[in-house]
Design a protein around this ligand. Sequence first.
Ligand SMILES: *[C@@H]1O[C@H](CO)[C@@H](O)[C@H](O)[C@H]1NC(C)=O
Ligand SMILES: *[C@@H]1O[C@H](CO)[C@@H](O)[C@H](O)[C@H]1NC(C)=O
Ligand SMILES: *[C@@H]1O[C@H](CO)[C@@H](O)[C@H](O)[C@H]1NC(C)=O
Ligand SMILES: *[C@@H]1O[C@H](CO)[C@@H](O)[C@H](O)[C@H]1NC(C)=O
Ligand SMILES: *[C@@H]1O[C@H](CO)[C@@H](O)[C@H](O)[C@H]1NC(C)=O
Ligand SMILES: *[C@@H]1O[C@H](CO)[C@@H](O)[C@H](O)[C@H]1NC(C)=O
Ligand SMILES: *[C@@H]1O[C@H](CO)[C@@H](O)[C@H](O)[C@H]1NC(C)=O
Ligand SMILES: *[C@@H]1O[C@H](CO)[C@@H](O)[C@H](O)[C@H]1NC(C)=O
Length: 908
Amino acid sequence: MAISQSSLLVSIRFLIYLFVFTNLDPVSSQNCPQSNTSLLNFTTQFVMVQHQLRGSFSIINDCSFRVSEFDMLPGSSHVHWWGALGDNYENLTSGFVISDEQLNTTTYKNDTFIVNLMKNITWDQIRVVSVWDTSMSSDFGHVLLQNSEEIPPDPSNSSLEIHQEPTMFENCKVLSDTYRLRWTLREDKNVIDIGLEGAIGIQNYMAFGWTEPNREHDHMLNADVAFTGFTEEGVPFSDDYYITKYSECIKNENGQFEGVCPDFRYNHSDSDSDSDSDPNSDSVNNTNLVYGHRKDGVSFIRYQRPLKSVDKKYDWDIDVNTERTCIWALGLIKPPDSIRPFYLPQNHGKTFGHVHINVSGRVNDCFGPLDAEEKEDQELVIANQKEPLIVTSGPSLHYPNPPNPSKVLYINKKQTPVLRVERGVPVKFSIQAGHDVAFYVTSDPLGGNATVRNASETVYVGGPMAQGVQSDPQELLWSPDRNTPDQVYYQSVFTQKMGWKVEVVDGGLNDMYKNSVLLDDQQVNFFWTLSEKSISIAARAEKKSGYLAVGFGSEMENSFAYVGWIDLNGSGRVDTYWIDGMNAQSLHPTNENLTYVRCKSESGVITLEFTRPLDPNCDPKTRPECNNIIEPTTPVKLIWAMGAKWSAGHLTQSNMHSVKSSKPVRVSLIRGSAEAEEDLRPVLAVHGFMMFLAWGILLPGGILAARYTKHLTGDIWFKIHVYSQYSGLAITFLGLLFAIAELRAFHLESLHVKFGILTILTGCIQPVNAYFRPKKPANENPSSKRAIWEFVHSYTGRSAIVMGIAALISGMKQLGNRYDDKNTIGLTWALIIWVGLCGLTVLYLEYMEQNRRRGSESGLGGNWVLGNGEDEDADLLGNGNGNHREKESESERMEIQLEPVSGRYTVI
Ligand SMILES: *[C@@H]1O[C@H](CO)[C@@H](O)[C@H](O)[C@H]1NC(C)=O
Ligand SMILES: *[C@@H]1O[C@H](CO)[C@@H](O)[C@H](O)[C@H]1NC(C)=O
Ligand SMILES: *[C@@H]1O[C@H](CO)[C@@H](O)[C@H](O)[C@H]1NC(C)=O
Ligand SMILES: *[C@@H]1O[C@H](CO)[C@@H](O)[C@H](O)[C@H]1NC(C)=O
Ligand SMILES: *[C@@H]1O[C@H](CO)[C@@H](O)[C@H](O)[C@H]1NC(C)=O
Ligand SMILES: *[C@@H]1O[C@H](CO)[C@@H](O)[C@H](O)[C@H]1NC(C)=O
Ligand SMILES: *[C@@H]1O[C@H](CO)[C@@H](O)[C@H](O)[C@H]1NC(C)=O
Ligand SMILES: *[C@@H]1O[C@H](CO)[C@@H](O)[C@H](O)[C@H]1NC(C)=O
């Protein structure tokens, strides 16, 4: 009995078990009656936010929904179905998990599946369903649930799906591994929507278009293509192009544009009228951008073009029912420059092709999402020991981990970059992000004080007090050490998700090189270590570029340049050049003996390193690079340039830089200091002119007047002498002030400064000794005291002039050295000729004077004596019977000297 009882119990249990478990699913669906929710059968498409998420969403009943044709790149192991009240930052971050089912870490490719809600969740609780990574509070994609009454009627087209996401199309065709074409035909509206999708760099373009009908070969010529991409600011564009020639867009001899040009260019060369007044300019550019984004290293542009265009000249009509040949290409975008002020495609290399397409046929061969190799698009900021990192806040344009608050952190004007610091190298922050942002470095990826969320975090630096504004920034010092993990985050204590990652690395360039300076415009960091015979150099660009060139010399012309770039095989190279002009032809590859050469590109940031001998030790006549000698004691002038692309073989216009230093920086390799070279040429020109006026004209003129015009009536010579000497000295002091004030320094080492100081000192002796001039005796023969004075006075004056001329010439030479100016050589020669002419004039005057003297039989020797002949100066200045004059100021003496004009020789 006992056995039968227990067996009965078992079978009952079994029955219960059977009932419960076999009916679990039916029961749950029966718990979801066909309610009268207006959301039933609601269908929409996912908004792509990250992870290339695409797909359709439809509500089946009160507790489940269907996801179909679902694409998604793998996320973390914390990706859930998430419900929220709205799609903004606050609503999404305060959402909740709505299903026990999780998304797994595989790549979803055209998957279709049904998801059940949790029992305690109903559709009324949620307005947004999101694919959500709970570990990073990250939205991969979401849908908005709208009651059918709330859906605004779409007046434009009812035949289309109601919620057409810009990322979703009816058709998709694979053009290459990294490039896809998507399209939706809207024949009734005479347009076709085209989506171009490429797993390419942001500096690349995507082009696609229709070839000339019935052209069998040579597909490019006369093709009507759209040229799409992103500007340097990250703004998407799509332009209507037409190809008339295999070349860049240029104007030919007839003033007509040809090559690969925007349609409106051709139109312009036809009429050559102003663009705004041109009535056709609208119809010419009829490739209309609809949408564009850059996500996970994939560029996506959606544009719309007419099937039958009004522009018959440069657009082909698309016949929807026939198969047509289309061409495509990927390549680098050439940024606008002064000659071509618009974005242009560069040569596409090997990434182009053609494809036959019938736009009305149904095609979908894109299986799964595009998976780019390099998904991180964020800029990289590498901390430098010397320069503080400027932390500000600003609008979010492309936050790497959406959703995010409207305001996010910027470092060195870059939005939420990846920050790289080195262990052992202190980092200085200057926090000026406003009082509502408190900066800190934390182990928590979300920030905003994890303690408040009941999570734990380690704070490395900063906190609620680390806040400041631009006028009153807060300094913060952080020393990452051995124990700092490889990845931490910079965030705000008050708000979540304002910052991004900090990469902590061992031994970077700061560690490996003894010295570093930031070159002009703070775009390039230059590192070096000197040893006895060689120098190790590293340079790092602080922004994304295709190559980095560092030059020794004050301009790109006449410099030795080191170019770091990545070749087609992906390996880094450092090439050396001698540049002697402005164009590509004057770039001469050289063969410098570099060792330990390295060049790498990390997230577009180029770093080049090499070691070279200080002296190449070869014959300068054989090769230009043998002149490239580094003398550690003399400052070197450094310049830099960056551009999109470098190529080794044939150097073309495309190698020309897009950004370059605006002025050279003088780097003292021994001292490890840098000084921006300021252009003081105008100031120094004034200085030079004043000194020339004083020492080339006024002072020598005054001396000549004293010597050769004594025979003229009156005391004219004396007045000329005194006036010109005083004004000459006054101008000298002004000129000196000019130079000192502008150079802000007084380097006694230079020859020019030595000459100049000596000249000015000697010049200053003159008025002083003139003041103590002994009175000329009344009798014919001057007293010995007077003779000595005259001798001293005239010879100090003359030697001052000689030194002054030396100072003038050495000054010209120094100016020439400083600016490598060719016209200083001309000016120096002009100066020398002037001095020569003056010398000849003196000789001539001396000859005349001797003749005159001989003629007058005065027989007085002492031709160095100033005051021989009819000398009245005693009456002017002397009045020497008392010392009371000596206290009078110079201005009074000037007045005294003026007296003779009014006919009186006595004073005041
Ligand atoms: C939802 O769709 C199903 C089948 O497609 C249909 O039977 C049902 O009537 C629809 N319900 C509503 C409310 O439109
Ligand atoms: C959530 O979204 C709704 C409407 O979308 C809005 O009214 C509400 O303020 C939002 N809540 C928060 C916390 O932002
Ligand atoms: C991941 O999820 C999909 C759809 O739910 C399922 O088909 C697949 O088997 C899952 N893969 C793993 C590894 O769990
Ligand atoms: C639903 O129930 C689960 C436990 O089963 C709970 O963790 C969750 O917070 C509940 N959600 C809501 C919105 O009440
Ligand atoms: C063409 O038109 C679009 C807007 O329709 C505009 O964004 C684009 O800049 C125009 N392109 C040119 C080259 O004018
Ligand atoms: C994706 O799945 C749908 C059916 O769910 C199918 O019609 C379509 O051809 C598939 N697409 C690809 C690219 O495999
Ligand atoms: C977070 O807030 C708690 C108190 O709410 C405070 O004790 C803690 O210092 C805060 N953390 C930071 C990093 O400011
Ligand atoms: C280059 O320099 C290294 C050492 O600095 C030397 O051994 C080598 O011979 C040099 N090569 C040439 C071609 O000058």
